[in-house]
Design a protein around this ligand. Structure first.
Ligand code: HEC
Length: 162
């Protein structure tokens, strides 16, 4: 019993440190954006940039986390639909994946960083997959195929960034 608990702690620790990295990038970007605009009021702008970084950084991360929590809940629903197939429930699950992916996509749209651009592209791709699948007639086989394609996007992005 000790081993699984240990593994869980290590996973939590390592995802925590990567999250700090993401926050640090957002803070840097925010400070840079603010200071590049400044000329006469350099100090004031940098000060404002730091305030935005402190308030905006964690809020943005919390929001991605909550979208991810929604995706995890929806994945539980998707598995239930696979176990006991229902056309309407299948369509709902796919629509929710699309909406969540679009919400996450919006967070990273119009950002300059390489990581942010890649997250934007990945969430867009996931939204397209889920949207397209949600508009097609649902049967168990096609739903399973869409679910596997979406789960592949979750895994691939987590391997890169989570
Ligand atoms: C384009 C990238 C991307 C995709 C696609 C993606 N995720 Fe994530 N996910 C992340 C990142 C980045 C984090 C870390 C967020 C943080 O800690 O702030 C994360 C974190 C999570 C977490 C942990 C949340 C927490 O409270 O710490 C869960 C659960 C999760 N994702 C589930 C999913 C599921 C399920 C899918 C697919 C249906 C998915 N994700 C698709 C990037 C992605």
């Amino acid at each position: 019993m000790a081993t699984p608990i240990f593994r869980t702690s290590v996973r939590l620790l390592s995802s925590g440190s990567k999250q700090t990295g993401l926050l640090r990038d957002q803070q840097k970007q925010s400070v840079m954006t603010s200071s590049s605009k400044s000329s006469s009021n350099l100090r004031r702008y940098i000060g404002a940039g730091l305030v935005i970084a402190v308030l905006g950084g964690p809020a943005a991360a919390a929001s991605l986390k909550s979208i991810m929590g929604g995706m995890a809940d929806n994945t539980t629903s998707a598995k239930a639909v696979l176990a006991n197939f229902d056309t309407n429930a299948a369509e709902q699950v796919l629509r929710r994946y699309a909406a969540d992916a679009e919400a996450a996509d919006t967070m990273f749209a119009n950002q300059r960083g390489g990581k942010e651009k890649d997250l934007h592209a990945r969430f867009s791709k996931m939204a397209v997959i889920a949207n397209t699948a949600s508009q097609q007639a649902q049967d168990k086989a096609s739903f399973r195929k869409a679910f596997v394609a979406i789960a592949t996007e979750c895994k691939s992005c987590h391997t890169a960034y989570k």
